[in-house]
Design a protein around this ligand. Structure first.
Ligand code: SF4
Ligand code: SF4
Length: 149
């Protein structure tokens, strides 16, 4: 199973990973991304404290995901093989139970479509967009055993 690993020491809070995520999920590229369009959302978050400490926050694809437990419509599932926690927006009822249940705040609301939105590790691509667009190499996929979420 692979998980996103962030080396905080390498993160410069440029937010390139966030832009890449927005562009990927809107079928655009970063150069043409309309940053005034509030429907552009990133599944990951780079926060910075007033002391300048960088805090990258990404979905952990938890071993026992609270979001999956909370979803009554079966829109959220965890793949036993890959460990990826995925969202099927077609099944989402927009009740926001998952948003309230994730301790890391890693489920967003797509208020235009009234469905949830989360990281899918770019499973349709060879390399996740955030990893590809990080100039310092702070993000990588690492192999983990079960029980290390
Ligand atoms: S959205 Fe939150 S609860 Fe669900 S897998 Fe990601 S980190 Fe875990
Ligand atoms: S908002 Fe959608 S994905 Fe989240 S719990 Fe409700 S139905 Fe499930």
């Amino acid at each position: 199973m692979e998980r996103i690993y962030i080396d905080r020491q390498l993160c410069e809070a440029c937010k390139g990973c966030m832009l890449a995520c927005m562009a990927k999920h809107n079928g655009e590229n970063i150069d043409t991304l309309d940053l005034l369009d509030t429907s552009n959302q990133s599944a990951n978050l780079i926060e910075q404290s007033s002391q300048g400490e960088v805090a990258p926050i990404f979905c952990r694809h938890c071993d026992k995901p609270e979001c999956v437990e909370a979803c009554m419509s079966g829109a959220l599932t965890k793949d036993k093989e890959t460990g990826i926690v995925s969202l099927d927006q077609n099944k989402c009822a927009g009740c926001w139970m998952c948003v309230m249940s994730c301790s890391y705040g890693m489920i967003n609301k797509d208020t235009n479509a009234n469905v949830a939105f989360k990281c899918d590790l770019c499973k349709d691509r060879e390399k996740s967009a955030c990893i590809e667009n990080c100039p310092t190499g702070a993000i990588e996929l690492i192999e983990v055993g079960e029980g290390r979420a």
